[in-house]
Design a protein around this ligand. Structure first.
Ligand SMILES: [Ca+2]
Length: 458
């Protein structure tokens, strides 16, 4: 090597050294910044709450259903927690008012199809933390359902008021049958209101696809800021009609009837949509830092019979039995939460509000308590029992009104009927407390005490 070559090599190594030093310096500066950004994302994760309409826990294969196949929801469960004991209200509005406000129905339920605008919802919580928010699916809370519409039923700002920046909804300010000769359906050729306008759907559009497109577009647009999406699905409520892809999809006769033979394909479509939403999150690199929750608003329709293993379960919507109130609950937050867990803790619809509040650093509980520690694998204080108070104030449904206290196995009604739900899931033979062993009598006494401490109700 001559002198010139030696000097060039020296210069090469000098430059290389400079580059390395700059790289190390940059790494030292950027790594903490990246970690701050990650921590800040973790402190405000995205949240998607998907709630099927009229779906008991027996409809999902991860709960042991042998009538239906739900691979995407099962996969979600394998990445998070599947709760064995989540109890909703038996009917739509009582559940929706409760899940959104975190309060027992005896505090703020005023009637079917209505949420009083004076209430604060989980949408409002997320807005307090500057989340981008939206709601898609079924609303039915503006007070249009009864004979006498509630004041403000046509208020198009109601969603904003409840904390949702954008909406895409069925049954917002119009109901299915308004006597004008045009049915406003939720499935084929639906009538949907989106951000102040009626969606101009083409013949053959399917409501659940439109809601799904709205949500995936929202995820696309908001991928760089924390968001909350509330998706109270229209599936799998009746009418039971063919879904796209079904041989009878274009059969207008079947589209205008309601036949439970189509229920299985409606469950499949629900699962397919959940899969599409998760695919979109993955495409946007958001799956890890999004808490995804799937549940159902009440038990399955009474016309539907499903198999759980070899056991046949008839839907019990509208009733206080297990089949009316036992719903699926799956929660997955892959960057933080535990994986493939099954929890036997008791959860009610009052708990979602507290869970979200704790997740985003607020501290509001109302009547619930947060199940976030279970999702994260942290210490959780188990409950002895839960309360369900149900007074639908809705025609023939009123015959099933009632209040009970329950744990995973036993259930005590206000009128003192006490059941063992493992031996007697249909609640046909009330137990005679005087014949029970001491530890069960203790459970009974505990429930009696809880009952006694609730507000009086007749
Ligand atoms: Ca429902």
């Amino acid at each position: 090597m001559n002198t010139l070559g030696f000097l060039m090599n020296l210069r090469y190594f000098y430059n290389l050294g400079k580059i390395m030093i700059i790289r190390y310096c940059l790494a030292f500066i950027l790594m903490p910044l990246a970690s701050i950004a990650l921590n800040s994302r973790n402190s405000r994760p995205n949240v998607i709450l998907i709630m099927a309409d009229d779906m008991g826990y027996e409809c999902l294969s991860c709960y042991g259903s042998t009538s239906y196949s739900t691979p995407n929801i099962d996969k979600l469960a394998s990445k998070g927690v599947r709760f064995n004991h989540c109890y909703s209200q038996p009917l739509c509005t009582p559940s929706r008012v409760k899940i959104m406000t975190g309060k027992y129905n005896f505090r703020n339920y005023e009637g079917f199809g209505y949420l009083n605008p004076n209430e604060k919802t989980f949408g409002n919580l997320f807005k307090e933390r500057n989340y981008a928010t939206c709601i898609a699916g079924k609303w039915q809370l503006n007070g249009i359902s009864g004979k006498d519409r509630k004041d403000g039923w046509d208020d198009h700002n109601r969603l904003k008021h409840f904390g949702f920046d954008e909406y895409c909804l069925w049954q917002f300010t119009h109901k299915v049958n308004e006597g004008d000769g045009r049915r406003k359906e939720r499935y084929k050729n639906p009538y949907i209101e989106r951000n102040g306008e009626v969606v101009d759907n083409r013949s053959g559009d399917y409501g659940p696809d439109l809601f799904c497109d709205f949500i995936t577009d929202f995820i696309d647009q908001k991928r760089n800021e924390p968001f909350f999406i509330y998706y109270p699905m229209v599936l799998v409520h009746d009418p039971f009609v063919p879904t796209p892809g079904n041989l009878q999809w274009n059969n207008n006769h079947m589209q205008s009837k309601s036949d439970p033979r189509y229920f299985a394909s409606m469950v499949s479509y629900t699962d397919k949509i959940v899969g599409k939403i998760i695919d979109k999150l993955r495409e946007c690199h958001l799956e890890d830092n999004t808490l995804i929750i799937f549940t159902g608003d009440n038990g399955t329709n009474r016309r539907v019979y499903s198999k759980l293993g070899n056991q046949v379960i008839r839907g019990g919507k509208g009733t206080l039995t297990d089949a009316g109130t036992h719903v699926p609950l799956i929660a997955s937050w892959t960057s933080v939460g535990v994986k493939a867990e099954v929890s036997d803790e008791l959860i009610t619809f009052a708990d979602f509000y507290s869970t979200f509040s704790q997740l985003i650093g607020l501290d509001e509980t109302n009547d619930g308590s947060s199940f976030l520690p279970i999702i994260k694998g942290d210490k959780y204080k188990s409950r002895d029992n839960i309360v369900i108070h149900y007074d639908p104030m809705w025609g023939s449904q009123n015959k099933n009104r009632g209040r009970f206290i329950r744990n995973q196995r036993f259930k005590l009604y206000q009128d003192n009927r006490f059941y063992d739900l493992i031996k007697d899931p249909l609640e046909e033979n009330a137990l005679d407390v005087s014949t029970l062993e001491a530890k069960i009598v203790e459970v009974y006494e505990q429930m009696k005490l809880r009952q006694k401490n609730l507000p009086k109700w007749n």
